[in-house]
Design a protein. Structure first.
Length: 96
């Protein structure tokens, strides 16, 4: 059971990093540092969107973007940190 918790922690950590990479990449695209017409950039952008969109869509339906600012990624990262904290403080010590 502890191994399942460890694997879940690794997956949650990877999701956080993917969200951070997508946020940085969106800033680079919006400031024209990188261009989505580049095939590699386009493929990475589509891959990141395919991974994160199913996780962000329910949050976006509750928290609408205002003034062009989308906080769904930040809310998801905070939820993941909460899940990891509960998992390590309360679930992991009680597992045999």
């Amino acid at each position: 059971m502890k191994s399942i918790i460890l694997v879940l922690d690794i997956v949650l950590n990877l999701v956080v990093w993917v969200l951070i990479i997508q946020a940085v990449m969106s800033w680079l695209i919006s400031f024209n540092v990188i261009n989505r017409r580049n095939q590699f950039v386009w493929q990475v952008w589509n891959f990141l969107g395919a991974i994160t969109e199913p996780l962000l869509k329910p949050i976006r339906s509750v928290i609408k973007p205002f003034n062009g600012l989308d906080l769904s990624g930040l809310v998801l990262i905070l939820l993941i940190f909460l899940i990891r904290d509960v998992m390590w403080r309360y679930i992991y010590p009680n597992v045999i």
